[in-house]
Design a protein around this ligand. Structure first.
Ligand SMILES: *[C@@H]1O[C@H](CO)[C@@H](O)[C@H](O)[C@H]1NC(C)=O
Ligand SMILES: *[C@@H]1O[C@H](CO)[C@@H](O)[C@H](O)[C@H]1NC(C)=O
Ligand SMILES: *[C@@H]1O[C@H](CO)[C@@H](O)[C@H](O)[C@H]1NC(C)=O
Ligand SMILES: *[C@@H]1O[C@H](CO)[C@@H](O)[C@H](O)[C@H]1NC(C)=O
Ligand SMILES: *[C@@H]1O[C@H](CO)[C@@H](O)[C@H](O)[C@H]1NC(C)=O
Ligand SMILES: *[C@@H]1O[C@H](CO)[C@@H](O)[C@H](O)[C@H]1NC(C)=O
Ligand SMILES: *[C@@H]1O[C@H](CO)[C@@H](O)[C@H](O)[C@H]1NC(C)=O
Ligand SMILES: *[C@@H]1O[C@H](CO)[C@@H](O)[C@H](O)[C@H]1NC(C)=O
Length: 675
């Protein structure tokens, strides 16, 4: 996880020279400072882990604890302010964790999403703009988000993952309490084998229609460099189109789509003749939620007539522009996120720098509500919402592994000098076993990517050793080294088991990482990556290898895009993730002798990061239920659609263990008396 400086957190409203004013055809003075905020993506060094309270006792009445990782802000708080950023105050009297607020058309209410029923459980609520009269609208274990109140105040449209874990548009009648979905009806259901999420509903001013965005009937596809065999990267992107539908689910119509573009967050013009939305390339939906690329990614604000004619680019140019909304009959407000131009903008040329997310303007354009987020890391063992009453869900850092001595090893931080930590099952006795900032095995000259560190601990069966990889990962694996190491559990002694070079060269040693001990302690399975993989389209330098710890002999197990291997408890099977085709990763098993390959997942979405549970079931992260919000609206996540799943070792009985709007992964069960 990344700890992030919050220096730019305090809003400093400032009339600034708007970088897009030229595009909007408006002249502004050049004397004001457009860089009022400090960069928000600084990755500091020297992070000390914060440890939450012990849990053994708080798990009373439960079978135990499920540890997991979540990528979402640690805190999220709603504010209301004048549209020029002045008079900002917290919206709620007792804020907990809120986001995605929206003014009702009569300005009497603000609807929003809250996780006050548990970290990770999104529900929808409403409150008066003065912070009084807080009320739930829909609270369920599913995701409820993006609530918008109808013009006459009787209906609420929202996104919910109820019943089938997929993002559908739902309506609730506030008078009768009735709820119905309008996008998963027999007439409107999308092709289940393609992407099929529905997002960000918006009422027409007369209350007769709802506009929304959807990736329905588009292909699963990834971003990234077409580096090997024309394969694109592994995080999936999103191609959204704009639709309208009636609140009873009739008359579903496509308003506009554009091949390999994402058109999102529609809003109506006051005269009901146009829809305004953001538009970016499909590829940019990944870059728009990554801190290293956000500032260099762009989108346009576009409007179009309801019949799909008279398309107008309202604002173009650099930076990610989202959340467009007509604030007068002719002026559109929107949000710029990323880099030094973050803030609230109007197409009339005014703008106010502010480190905020998800603005919504009042119908008269005079007030704005938004959230500010804090990306500090949750304390270890922080309580999360539990989707299974038998288990307490708690937060952990990534790749947790349990030893026979009941110690947990993790990768601390996901990027940038990640290290190996251990702690006991109550989250106490935290020990740094291997601090990669002290390692001379890591190539450090390029500070841009930060894709390095000590990763993926695995305990020897006697608990005496921890094996892990040290080096450069992700894109940096192409050129820089990766070593398999082992360390005594107390960190006093480390040794290299599989060597590498700092810089990989053709014909040289490989980048090796992600080791897992065999249950007899005699072998390690791990993955390799060589420079020839990129240069010669050659499969011989990728795949899984097995190291015999006594003879130090290495044998090749597979030669495909395989990673994250782990031995089963009986030593017979190896579980791993494979790139099955250019756009899809799946969970596989293979016998330790290289026979009997089985592909256990079949969705067009990515399935990855599989681990064995102690009872022999397989847990992993899957995108099979699709995005839960528009991809471009996330921050700092990699695969925001990821939810934790469990299945039998033959691939049967798949079911989800989480149902959040966030990227959830890396489960580890700590059980008292089994499952
Ligand atoms: C949506 O409603 C239809 C009935 O109109 C029903 O068949 C379908 O199961 C519902 N989908 C969900 C996810 O509840
Ligand atoms: C309120 O508006 C909805 C459509 O937005 C409509 O179905 C409903 O009949 C209206 N209710 C009243 C009381 O006018
Ligand atoms: C997609 O974006 C990545 C960076 O995230 C870039 O390397 C790649 O060239 C882009 N691909 C296309 C087809 O634009
Ligand atoms: C728009 O969507 C329709 C219906 O899904 C599809 O047939 C068409 O190819 C799409 N057009 C573009 C430009 O993507
Ligand atoms: C804005 O548009 C609405 C609906 O078309 C109209 O009733 C209203 O008079 C317009 N307001 C101004 C200030 O032009
Ligand atoms: C972003 O763009 C600027 C100027 O266009 C360039 O200097 C900088 O290196 C780019 N940053 C990244 C991360 O590509
Ligand atoms: C660390 O563990 C090793 C091997 O188990 C042991 O020999 C050594 O004495 C321990 N060191 C400390 C400081 O406890
Ligand atoms: C590794 O390669 C980089 C260029 O990619 C070069 O700047 C650096 O000096 C090399 N380091 C070593 C130790 O060879």
């Amino acid at each position: 996880m990344r700890l992030v400086c919050l220096l730019g957190f305090t809003i400093a409203p400032a009339l600034a020279a708007c970088p897009y004013a030229q595009d909007a055809g408006v002249h502004v003075g050049s004397s004001a400072n457009p860089h009022a905020n400090l960069a928000r993506d600084t990755i500091p060094t020297g992070e000390t882990p914060a440890v939450g309270s012990a849990t053994a006792s708080s798990a009373a009445g439960k079978k135990g604890v499920m540890l997991m990782n979540r990528i979402s802000p640690a805190k999220s708080k709603l504010y209301i302010a004048n549209a020029d950023g002045t008079n900002e105050r917290p919206l709620l009297k007792n804020p907990v964790y809120e986001y995605h607020a929206d003014f009702s058309p009569d300005a009497q209410w603000i609807s929003f999403t809250s996780e006050r029923n548990g970290d990770g459980n999104s529900d929808i609520w409403r409150v008066r703009p003065d912070g009084s009269d807080l009320q739930p609208i829909v609270t369920s274990p599913a995701v409820e988000d993006s609530a918008v109140i109808s013009p006459n105040g009787t209906l609420v449209a929202y996104v919910s993952t109820a019943n089938n874990f997929e993002a559908n548009i739902w309506i609730k009648d506030l008078d009768t309490g009735t709820e119905w979905n309008i996008t998963d009806t027999p007439a409107n259901r999308a092709d289940p084998d393609m992407m099929h999420g529905n997002f960000r509903p918006a009422w027409s001013p007369d209350g007769e229609w709802i506009a929304f965005s959807s990736d329905r009937n588009t292909i699963w596809d990834g971003h990234g460099r077409p580096s090997f065999n024309g394969l694109a990267g592994w995080e999936h992107t999103q191609e959204l189109a704009i639709y309208v539908i009636r609140p009873d689910g009739s008359d579903l119509r496509l308003v506009t789509n554009r091949t390999r573009y994402s058109l999102g967050s529609p809003k109506w013009s006051p005269d009901e003749e146009r829809l305004v939305f953001y538009e970016m390339t499909r590829n940019a939906t990944y870059d728009a939620h990554r801190p290293e690329s956000l500032a260099n990614t762009s989108s346009a604000i576009v409007s179009i007539r309801l019949d799909g004619t008279d398309r107008r680019v309202e604002v173009d140019g650099p930076n990610v522009k989202t959340f467009p909304q007509y604030v007068t009959n002719t002026t559109i407000g929107y949000h710029v996120k990323g880099g030094q131009n973050d803030g609230l903008y109007h197409t009339d040329g005014t703008c106010y720098t502010a480190d905020i997310r998800s603005p919504s303007w009042s119908p008269d354009g005079k007030l704005v509500v938004y959230e500010k987020v804090d990306w500090s890391v949750r304390p270890l063992y922080k309580k999360l919402y539990s989707w299974d009453n038998d288990w307490d869900y708690r937060f952990t850092y990534v790749f947790p592994q349990l030893s026979s001595d009941e110690l947990i090893a993790v990768t601390h931080r996901q990027h940038g000098d990640a290290s190996i930590l251990t702690f006991d099952t109550n989250g106490n006795e935290v020990l740094s076993v291997y601090s990669s900032s002290d390692s001379d095995l890591i190539y450090r000259a390029s500070a841009t990517h930060n894709e390095r560190g000590a990763y993926y601990p695995s305990w020897s069966p006697d608990g005496d050793w921890i094996a892990f990889g040290v080096g450069s990962w992700f894109d940096e694996r192409d050129v820089h080294g990766g070593w398999i190491m082992r360390s005594t559990a107390n960190g006093s002694y480390t040794e290299v088991l599989v060597d590498s070079q700092l810089n990989l060269t053709d014909g040289g040693k490989l980048n090796s990482g992600f080791p897992s001990f065999s249950p007899d302690g005699k072998k390690l399975v791990y993955r390799v990556w060589g420079p020839n993989t990129l240069m010669h389209n050659d499969g011989t330098e990728i795949g899984l290898r097995i190291l015999d710890l006594e003879t130090r002999k290495i044998t090749q197990l597979t030669s495909s895009w395989d990673n994250l291997p782990s031995f089963s408890q009986d030593g017979k099977l190896i579980l791993f993730t494979r790139k099955i085709n250019p756009t899809n990763y799946d969970i596989c098993t293979i016998r330790a002798d290289g026979t009997d390959l089985r592909v256990l997942t079949t969705s067009g979405a990515n399935d990855a990061h599989a681990v064995w549970r102690q009872d022999g079931k397989i847990m992993w992260s899957s995108g099979m239920y699709g995005f839960r919000c528009e991809c471009a609206l996330y921050d700092r996540t990699f695969q925001p659609y990821g939810q934790i799943m469990i299945m039998d070792p033959d691939g049967s009985n798949k079911r989800p263990l989480t149902n959040s709007i966030w990227e959830d992964s890396m489960p580890l069960f700590l059980t008292r008396d089994g499952f």
